[in-house]
Design a protein around this ligand. Structure first.
Ligand code: ADP
Ligand code: MG
Ligand code: MG
Length: 489
């Protein structure tokens, strides 16, 4: 693989590279590979000037697709339906979810609030039995002694983003290859960049969930953050849902839901301004920042109590916590959910070391290693959305400030070390070269009907994100990460 990892190297004369950059940026702008320009107006009391409010720019992308081992890509796709089933089973296992939350020891208000809602609806009885997950399982390729293994970073069950922009990025790379804008010497064959059906499979899943709900004139609500920068990624789903499936989608923030939505009738139909809601699809609600007051929590509870199909429901949300991921690595727990030993082995082969801060042997062993080699670890709280982890040498001093009780809210994980590649990242119209590593996400769509019978269980396309190898995290919007696509080899 290393022979072709330097696609962007200096052998290419700058003028030809500039030409590719110009082609790529215009293709991106013309096709909606965009997000809103960053807002420097953070004060909620200060109105955003109109020209800025409506200005968009291209999302950051890698100029060339990243070489990626075909076998690992295929494995990630093959794992997805099994992971979908696994997380569905976890979401139905109250005992397991109770144990997970309990082991966090009330250390985390956000999780406690989610769990409160979970318990309320469990006690009340579910108004909707259809379950619907749009997941994304994220991986890196651990590179040790030239052996490459696919290892899971995390499993997301709520608000997985970038399906549309990742589709567009792969289409951009395929276009540049097909039109031979990439020079011959790059050896980028369009056939080795897999077609990405990501946002199509998500829109298709939503349409199917809407159909199962059974009210043709109902609409889908996407729960969004106020001033969402990544709105075009979301809009592509909305447009496809309407154009291909004839289903309308409206956008509401949690605060708007609390103000405008009501529950109607004994079956608790979710109504917004006279319209019945079939599916509530969350693209917000995964971080404490999305709940600045009790109003947002009330909105979350209202949706959860309703008859609308939730994507995800609160049990799915809780199942996607890092604590659950760590618990699955404890011997015996995978077997609780998966009876087929071959599948258990297959799933387990994608795990890296995961540890709790408890008295188990594996934790003690990990803590010993941590003392000697802190750079082999990452520590994670129960949070989503990037920027929350503690890395390497920062872990021991961070740990020393926590009480035993507080430690229970975190997990410890072996650091995955992917091969370092070279890449040209185009951001804000400028192309710069970086040493990078990449993270593959595979979307998973799971829909089951009233009788818990699976209607859809599939992998739904991919996301490849690339970040500078010198930065710990790679948020695309936050500055270091960018969208990419795999060049299979
Ligand atoms: P979040 O839910 O906030 O996205 P993640 O578990 O995905 O949390 O961590 C954020 C980022 O941190 C990942 O995208 C990856 O870049 C890095 N990271 C997380 N876990 C590991 C790991 N075990 N090895 C290497 N990098 C990791
Ligand atoms: Mg996550
Ligand atoms: Mg992540």
């Amino acid at each position: 693989m290393s022979s072709s990892t330097n696609i962007s190297d200096n052998t290419m004369i700058n003028t030809s590279k500039n030409l590719i950059v110009r082609h790529a940026i215009d293709w991106a702008l013309a096709h909606g590979l965009n997000y809103r320009v960053p807002l420097t107006f953070t004060s909620s009391t200060q109105a955003i000037p109109e020209p800025i409010k409506y200005a968009a720019t291209h999302a950051p992308f890698a100029l060339f697709p990243a070489p990626f081992p075909k076998i690992c890509f295929q494995k990630a796709k093959d794992l997805q339906p099994i992971y979908n089933e696994l997380f569905h089973s976890i979401s139905k296992d109250k005992e397991f979810l109770d144990a997970a939350v309990k082991s966090l020891g009330n250390s985390d208000n956000f999780i406690t609030n989610l769990y409160d809602i979970y318990q309320k609806v469990q006690n009340e009885g579910l108004a909707q039995k259809i379950t619907f997950g749009i997941h994304r399982s994220d991986y890196m390729i651990h590179n040790k002694n030239n052996e490459q293994t696919l290892q899971q970073v995390e499993f997301n069950t709520i608000a997985s983003s970038f399906s549309s922009l990742s589709y567009l990025t792969s289409e951009l790379h395929r276009y540049l290859a097909k039109r031979q804008i990439y020079p011959e010497s790059c050896k980028i064959d369009e056939k080795n960049i897999p077609f990405n059906n990501s946002f199509l499979s998500i829109a298709n899943g939503i349409a199917k969930a809407h159909e199962l709900y059974g009210v043709k004139d109902a609409v889908v609500v996407m729960i969004v953050q106020p001033n969402e920068r990544n709105a075009f990624d979301q809009r592509w789903i909305e447009y496809n849902l309407f154009e291909k499936h004839g289903v309308k989608l409206i956008r509401k923030t949690l605060a708007e839901i609390q103000q405008e939505a009501t529950l109607e009738g004994p079956d608790k139909k979710l109504m917004i301004n006279g319209q019945e809601i079939s599916v509530a699809y969350y693209r917000a609600g995964y971080t404490p920042n999305d709940y600045p007051s009790d109003i947002e929590w009330q909105a979350r509870l209202k949706i959860e109590r309703s008859k609308a199909v939730k994507c995800p429901n609160i049990a799915y949300h809780l199942s996607g916590t890092k604590k659950i991921q760590q618990m699955l690595a404890v011997p015996g727990n995978l077997e609780r959910f998966i009876k087929d030993q071959e599948k258990v082995k297959f799933i387990r082969s994608s795990f890296t070391g995961l540890y709790a801060f408890d008295q188990s042997e594996s934790s003690k062993e990990a803590l010993e290693r941590l003392t000697k080699n802190p750079d082999d670890f990452v520590m994670k709280p129960q949070r989503e959305g990037g920027g929350n982890n503690i890395y390497g040498k920062d872990i021991p001093p961070f740990l020393s400030k926590l009480s035993e009780k507080e430690k229970e809210g975190y997990i410890l994980m072996d650091l995955i070390r992917p091969e370092i590649q070279e890449s040209t990242i185009v951001r804000d119209g400028k192309a710069d070269d970086f040493k990078v590593i990449s993270e593959l996400g595979i979307y998973g769509i799971y829909l089951s009907d009233n009788n818990d019978k699976p209607v859809i269980n599939e992998q739904g396309g991919y996301l490849l994100r690339t970040k500078s190898s010198s930065s710990n995290e790679g948020g695309v919007a936050s500055g270091y990460g960018c969208l990419n696509s795999p060049l299979l080899q």
